[in-house]
Design a binder for this molecule. Sequence first.
Ligand code: GDG
Length: 761
Amino acid sequence: MKSIHLQIRFLVPLMVTLTVAALLALPLLDRMTLRWFSRDLSARGAMVAKTLSLAISDIEPNAKLDRLRGLLERGVLDERLVGIALCSATNQQILSTKGFPGSLTCKEAREIALQQNPRLELSSGAVHIGDFPVNPQQADSDRLVLLHDLSLPDRRSIDTRRYMIIFITVLGLAVAGITMIVAQLSWRGWVSGMRAILRGEGLVRPLLQTGGTSTGGDSAPPELQPLEVEIRQHLRELEDNLYREHGPLTPWDPERLRGLLRTQLRGDQVIVVSNREPYIHIKGKEGIQVSRPASGLVTAVEPVMRACSGTWIAHGSGSADRETVDEHDRVAVPPDTQDYVLRRIWLTEEEEQGYYQGFANEGLWPLCHVAHVRPVFRESDWAQYRAVNQRFADAVVAEARSDDPIVLVQDYHFALLPAMVREKLPKATIITFWHIPWPNPESFGICPWRRELLQGMLGSTILGFHTRFHCKNFTETVDRYLEARIEHEHSTISYQGEPTLVQSYPISIAWPTDEERLRWPAPSEARRAVIDRLKLPEDACIAVGVDRFDYTKGILERLHAVERLLEKYPQWQGRFVLVQVAAPTRNALEEYREFQDRIHRVTDRINQRFGTDAYQPVRLLAEHHDHAALMELYRAADMCVVTSLHDGMNLVCKEFIAARDDEQGVLILSRFAGAARELPEALVINPYHVEETTDALHRAANMPPQEQRERMASLRMTVREFNVYRWAGRMLADAGQWRLRERITRRVQRRAREGSEAMNA
Ligand code: GDG
């Protein structure tokens, strides 16, 4: 139907053009026909006149007039001759035949005969006038005036016109018909070509499939190929924009996670174990206050627990924690919605000192982060580490409402706990997630209790790391120090007959909800507030860093890069400012205190060197900030700088990306952070290379808004899709499949056993 419509639209102009051409051509054709006839009549007249002249010259002079009249009357017997007159050289009519009009004088006839179209309209019809000398050699010769009937040429002209109209109509219809057929065929070709392109057939796919040689079979016709490439580009851009706007079709969110728990895990109980608690109750001047700790682990796991409910077991470290729990050491959190239960474990000072400060933070933390700080391993710390792991494992068993709960063990504080829980609850599904990197076997070999740690971890059903690289390091470490069966194809390690799935699950953040975003200040307001609060220059280029005050985060290297920027690109002096949030952490450890002192000294030095009364290039904010203050900083900044020397993932960069719904701001990201593998659109740098980091700062500060938008839009797409619900969802889905297989195996074994018992009976 559409094609007919299109053809009508095409044909109507064609027909109009042909009609206009015909209307223009017909008078022309008329004139041409008449001219032909006129020329024909002139030639004919000349011949008749010549014959008559010869006859006139033979007539004797005294018999002249009568003979002449007879001669001329005979001449007009020719039906086409209307009349003849003989005129003298002085235009006196000598004689004329009957049909010659009396009103026509010789002078008039001669004047008309000299015209291009010698035509005269008479009452009896139109005549053609010819004027010929009787004796052409004689200058004053008499003249013959011949009147030819023009009705015949007129009739012929009308006939010609009729034929012409018929001819043009037939021709027009034939052209239109052929055009319609050709148009129909090419339209069909175009439509099927375009459909093939839109279906993904055509040029690009065969090229990809055959590595450059088109199969030709389902490729687009050659005339459509350039168009195909262009259409594909436009479609891809549209798709990209749609994807950026709306994200994946079935995004991971709390609802989907809950659905997974209801279906695949049949509402089984989820127990989380971590050292750090998600909510700390602290005694303040205005009574008990609740605080959220600065911890990547808490940032990631808390939204998952909100979605799953269940129980979170953690060390109660707040000064008012004991006052806020019930008789079973439990408190419902978050304070406003009370979605899940927090079960607190109390540690003595010795336990905390040995297990947490000592073995975990002085031993395992530097062991796993290759950041050039020596790990310290003390026998006494190890004893406490074992004892505390056992206490937490006992708490898990006590909190379990069935013999097969899902236990999510968090981080390096609990390497021994999985095997301890497995011993008491063999059917439990234990998912251990290691939030920090895993080093190579040589580095890990430094630890005197390397075998015990590995054995403890292999009590897990699933063991997760942020990256495949960490999984590979772990598998190689097991291969080096334990007798275990490693199946690379299935990513499993079987130790003493019990398999553990070793898999990478990149952690992330919860993508901000619309309600949350409504509470954010506009980027311009945030910038205004930060400039006012920190007294920054009006035209400041603001770089922001947010970290726990930890030596692995590369804060020293960041300061060196800022110092070098001000040296190398002096135009930034007076404008470039690094606002560094450094949340207090592990202050009890000397290594940390020394490191923090050093950062303060270097900051002072840089500020003295390049600062003035009104300008300080580094603003070190070594205090805990609330979530809203961090958001304000992220939204005010021109760039966010992450220079970790080694980092499992790093969530700060993902928080910065999520905060920038204006698609502005540049992320500078260390290649030694796990996040660098997911976020290549950041400016990825080696923080040990001061010059490279300096140049990245300079480039970020100069980056045009359009480039920032392109990069940020792409980064946002990744973080939005690969969010923390996906992280938890993938682990729990793997656990669900594992449990299903276990149940089937147990059923099969039970039936086989019952069968053999019946046989024996
Ligand atoms: C470990 C791994 C992995 C910082 N200062 C404040 C504050 N923070 C928040 C940040 C962020 C979190 O702390 C830090 O997260 P990171 O991922 O950077 O680092 P770690 O704490 O070392 O976490 C790390 C993570 O576990 C998750 O697996 O990514 O590689 O080392 O959320 O915003 N939060 C508040 N005030 C502060 O002053 N409220």
